[in-house]
Design a protein around this ligand. Structure first.
Ligand code: GDP
Ligand code: MG
Ligand code: K
Length: 298
């Protein structure tokens, strides 16, 4: 038997207001919950939740602005949303089974034509319709777009939600575990901490390092006394960048750690033991930093 690979990736849920996007998200991440708090900075796209299990992790990304723009900003948001749709691994296009096809859907489908990302049609609120109504609905949407999967669910009652999760997993690429599974990550501090580390690294290496590094939190826990242990990994794309971040005999990494620790201690109000690693990740770092450009923060 071959060893099972770890699969992970990013999923965007789009759809008209009130189709049940939030209800679905809560249902999926509800058990092994890792709902992300809002970032201190305004982010245009943010992680809404993370679903984790032994061999897979699904990171749900919020994609605001995928609706008919009413003003200039809406226009801009639309561009951001479209770019995000290109970066995610799967798009869930959610509709309300009770409602007919509407102009909002038309607009979204138009936008979907421009992306090669797999799109699932998720027909929600099937608890509200007679089974006979389902087939015509599927036919209607099938004629408009070539969906990779069409999955009827009830986000409220949970019907078919596990099937949808299985289908998502089937489409996810092999990838890293972006978030620790064993931690309830509803503490906004966790993200501010990685941002502080990233900030110091960028600050100290301004010239040499493009703004595209990522910081991933490996662990953060209270230990004896009031000391908080923080372990984090700075991810770069090339070996040369790793060398710069580490510096002569580790001097750069030490300085990054020293400055970050000062800020983190101020943030948490406790003594901090900070351990930093540097890792080269050619493949997925790229994707993560592109998402970062759109406001994504790890
Ligand atoms: P969003 O705007 O797309 O995030 O939609 P929400 O998740 O906020 O849901 C809008 C409304 O639809 C809420 O009142 C939900 O309780 C309801 N809703 C969501 N999913 C279902 C479902 O599967 N069945 C039924 N009957 N109601 C649902
Ligand atoms: Mg919502
Ligand atoms: K986040």
């Amino acid at each position: 038997m071959s060893k099972e690979v770890y699969k992970s990736g990013f999923v965007s849920i789009i759809g008209r207001p009130n189709v049940g996007k939030s209800t679905f998200l809560n249902k999926v991440v509800g058990q092994k919950i890792a709902i992300m708090s809002d970032k201190p900075q305004t982010t245009r796209n943010k992680v809404q939740g993370v679903y984790s299990e032994n061999q897979a992790q699904i990171v749900f990304i919020d994609t605001p602005g995928i609706h008919k723009p009413k003003h200039k900003l809406g226009d801009f948001m639309m561009k951001v949303a479209q770019n995000t749709l290109k970066e995610v691994d799967i798009i869930l296009f959610m509709i309300n089974a009770e409602e007919g096809y509407g102009r909002g859907d038309e607009f979204i489908i138009e936008k979907l034509q421009g992306t090669s990302t797999p799109v699932f049609l998720v027909i929600n609120k099937i608890d509200q319709i007679h089974p006979d109504q389902l087939l015509p609905l599927i036919e209607k949407y099938n004629n408009l777009y070539s969906f990779k999967e069409i999955i009827p669910i009830s986000a409220l009652e949970g019907n078919n939600v596990p099937t949808l999760v299985d289908q998502i997993k089937a489409y996810l690429p092999e990838g890293p575990q972006y978030y620790p599974i064993d931690q309830v990550t509803d503490h906004p501090e966790r993200f501010i901490v990685t941002e502080l580390i990233r900030e110091k690294a960028l600050h100290l290496t301004r010239e040499e390092i493009p703004h595209s590094i990522a910081v991933v939190m490996d662990s953060m826990e209270k230990r004896e006394g009031n000391t908080v242990y923080v372990g984090a990994t700075i991810i770069v794309e090339r070996d040369s960048q790793k060398g710069i971040i580490i510096g002569k005999q580790g001097s750069m990494l030490k300085e990054i750690g020293k400055r970050a620790r000062t800020d983190i201690e101020a943030l948490l109000g406790s003594k901090v033991y900070l351990e930093l690693w540097v890792k080269v990740q050619k493949d997925w770092r790229n994707k993560m930093s592109q998402l970062r450009d759109f406001g994504f923060r790890d």
